[in-house]
Write a protein that binds this ligand. Structure first.
Ligand SMILES: *Cc1c(COP(=O)(O)O)cnc(C)c1O
Length: 366
């Protein structure tokens, strides 16, 4: 048996006719950038998510950069981000001309509110907070949003790993001023190339984003401000429209597989994912913590089971973020050498999940 850690091609295997028909329509329509597919997808995504509006952009990093730019913060203002996240989170802050402040994690592996409050006390100029819903787990927004408000900082959610995750029954992307999403092929909602989107709290935020994603145009051929070229294209939007109606069911399948992993691995010397109370995780990744990670990884690889480490280094250890400030990061440093992402995608079969469980049990002699 060969079980890859991720398998973005498996969706196509099951829905090839639908996907090919969708792109054939775009080819024949002759309109390839910001047309009906993108507009329809933005509306469908906003309705599904429960936000006022959504703006499609080129990728998830741009989505976060553009959202931060739309806040119009003074240059070099500080932005609090968790130390454990994709490099993209920190890079978007740098690209927006801002300075990251790295904060620690809580026991749910998302931004620690204790650490965030410490950062606010230490750095007077934190103007924005970017909680990352890491691995599909909602960050502690019940506490982060009031803390940010107390210090006058805006909240932008990094939802790249959390399409459909919920807190108190509301979906990721509706809590902050903006929410940034990525449609990188392995995300819970993935394109067949790059794509991204920003969810907006109101119509004014949407127009702001629409200008920023296209040359700063207030109208066609009239740049009234600085802007980028960061557009979602019609082909990707058409594919995403095919996939969006499957997302809730696919996230349920991820939850089912996660429950199976948890049941099969309970009792072993591993840290298993905890779900934050009042929330619904969407298990972008199923990440275990293991003292002997490298040995386990090799043992699984020898049995054809792919794993990954998200991530091998925190932002604090990456050269590009050397100028970032930080709080103490004890939980990040404790967790980092232990994390291991098991195979996780909706098309993973129960048999495959059981094979993974059995191999891990065998590793521990259980
Ligand atoms: C994937 C990801 C991004 C960036 O998305 P791209 O589409 O690759 O630019 C940002 N933040 C997090 C947490 C991610 O996982």
């Amino acid at each position: 048996m060969k079980i890859p850690q991720c398998a973005p091609g498996r969706f196509y295997g099951a829905h090839s006719a639908e996907m090919e028909e969708a792109i054939r329509k775009v080819f024949a329509g002759g309109w390839y950038i910001l047309g009906n597919e993108v507009r329809a997808f933005e509306e469908e995504f906003a309705a599904w998510c429960g936000c006022a509006g959504a703006v499609g952009v080129a990728n998830g990093t741009d989505a976060l950069e553009l959202a931060l730019r739309a806040l119009r913060l003074p240059e070099k203002s500080r932005v609090a981000v968790p130390a454990l996240t994709a490099s993209a989170t920190g890079m978007a802050v740098l690209r927006a001309g801002l300075t990251p402040v790295l904060v620690d994690l809580d026991q749910y592996r998302t931004m620690s509110v204790v650490s965030l409050r410490e950062a606010f006390r230490f750095f007077a100029d934190i103007r924005a907070v970017v909680p990352v819903h890491l691995y599909g787990q909602m960050a502690a927004l019940d506490e982060i949003i009031p803390a940010a408000a107390e210090y006058g900082a805006a909240v932008v959610e990094d939802c790249a790993q959390a399409h459909g995750a919920q807190l108190h029954g509301r979906r990721a992307g509706v809590f902050g001023v903006f929410g940034s999403f990525s449609f990188y092929p392995t995300k819970n909602l993935g394109a067949v190339g790059d794509g991204g989107l920003v969810t907006c709290a109101d119509a004014a935020c949407c127009s702001e984003l629409e200008a920023l994603r296209q040359y700063g145009w207030s109208e066609r051929f009239d740049s009234s401000e600085f802007g980028l070229n960061s557009r979602l294209d019609e082909l990707q939007a058409a594919i995403l429209r095919v996939k969006l109606p499957h997302l809730d069911k696919d996230n349920e399948k991820r939850r089912f597989l996660a429950a199976r992993y948890t049941a099969g691995l309970t009792g072993l010397p591993l840290e298993l994912p905890l779900e934050r109370p009042q929330s619904r995780m969407v298990f972008h990744q199923y990440v275990i913590g293991c003292e002997c990670r490298e040995e386990l990884r090799k043992f699984l690889a020898d049995r054809g089971i792919g794993t990954a480490v998200h991530y091998p280094k925190s932002l604090a250890e990456q050269q590009a973020f050397a100028a970032a400030s930080r709080t103490e990061l004890p939980e990040t440093e404790r967790l980092l050498p232990r994390i291991l992402s098991l195979p996780m995608y909706p098309e993973l079969t129960e048999e495959e999940a059981d094979f993974v469980i059995e191999a891990i049990r065998e590793f521990f002699g259980a």
